[in-house]
Ligand binder design. Structure first.
Ligand SMILES: Nc1ncnc2c1ncn2[C@@H]1O[C@H](COP(=O)(O)OP(=O)(O)OP(=O)(O)O)[C@@H](O)[C@H]1O
Ligand SMILES: [Mg+2]
Length: 265
């Protein structure tokens, strides 16, 4: 069984402020027919410019959005027909992570461990270990989340995800906004949980080195379509002219227009 199966997935958004009695604005196509599969235990990367559809795809897989057309299956469960089954298997980390902002990191993590039926004290211990390893100052663990910087809140979101040991971990730009050391620590964690738990991971990032380091395969998305999908090494060799994944990304994401013809051919 595949961890994820996407078949011709499409999603459009109606721009805000679009009222039925006004002339309809053009809809925005966020995903224009995406098909791919992810193997169990794989770390699958999504690279693409701002607005290319990465977060939309991750939200569809996590049942936060419903596709307009096509099918998304997570370990065989259709996200539209069986969202509860899917939610039991996944955990999503994103920059807009939802927390009780007046409560502390510890209280938020206690709440999460309760929801997931974990042993409260063991979970608290493990959360503390993770947070300290990610370099969150000890006195911050009991401070209200609203008093933390964005990067610190991001670390709490990562700790929450790791705590719940999901079967499928959806990481939407997990290291964006983190300082270099924290970024490295998060990347080490991701490698560690892959090695120990065989967790399947979907990871969107703007960091090419991160993709190269962590991902078995990478999809490059542009305008809501996958324009390439392969191992980082193969992408770099095929499109990067021997200058690595970043060169391949720049070529594929529109800097190099001579590639357009090759791709359309
Ligand atoms: N809730 C929404 N309402 C209207 N349009 C939306 C909504 N969410 C996304 N879009 C549009 O869909 C497209 C894809 O957005 P998405 O957030 O998936 O991009 P992204 O690849 O994650 O970008 P970034 O790198 O900036 O995070 C964009 O054109 C965006 O404006
Ligand atoms: Mg995004």
């Amino acid at each position: 069984m595949y961890a994820i199966e996407c078949l011709d997935v499409q999603k459009q958004f109606r721009p805000e402020g679009d009222h039925p009695w006004r002339r309809r604005k053009e809809k925005v196509t966020a995903l224009a027919g995406i098909s791919f599969t992810v193997e169990e235990g794989e770390c699958f990367g999504i690279l693409g410019p701002n607005g290319s559809g990465k977060s939309t795809l991750i939200r569809l897989i996590s049942t936060l959005l419903v596709p307009d057309a096509g099918v998304v299956r997570v370990f065989g469960h259709d996200v539209t027909k069986a969202p509860h089954e899917v939610r039991r298997l996944i955990h999503r980390v994103s920059v807009e992570a939802s927390f009780f902002k007046k409560l502390s990191a510890q209280e938020n993590l206690d709440y999460a461990s309760g929801l997931y039926g974990l042993d409260r004290m063991a979970a608290r211990q493990r959360a503390q270990e993770i947070l300290l390893r990610l370099g969150l100052p000890k006195d911050k663990i009991r401070a209200p989340l609203e008093e933390m910087s964005r990067g610190q809140q991001q670390k709490v979101a990562i700790a929450r995800a790791l705590l719940t040991s999901p079967t499928l971990l959806l990481l939407d730009e997990p290291t964006t906004g983190l300082d270099p050391r924290s970024r490295r620590d998060v990347q080490e964690f991701i490698e560690e949980i892959r090695a120990t738990d065989r967790t399947t991971i979907i990871l969107s990032t703007h960091d090419m080195q991160e993709a190269q380091r962590l991902c078995d395969r990478v999809a490059i998305i542009r305008g809501g379509q996958f324009i390439a999908l392969d191992t980082p090494t193969n992408l770099a060799a095929r499109y990067g002219g021997g200058n690595g994944l970043e060169a391949a990304f720049l070529a594929l994401s529109g800097e190099d227009l001579s590639l357009e013809e090759e791709l359309e051919a």
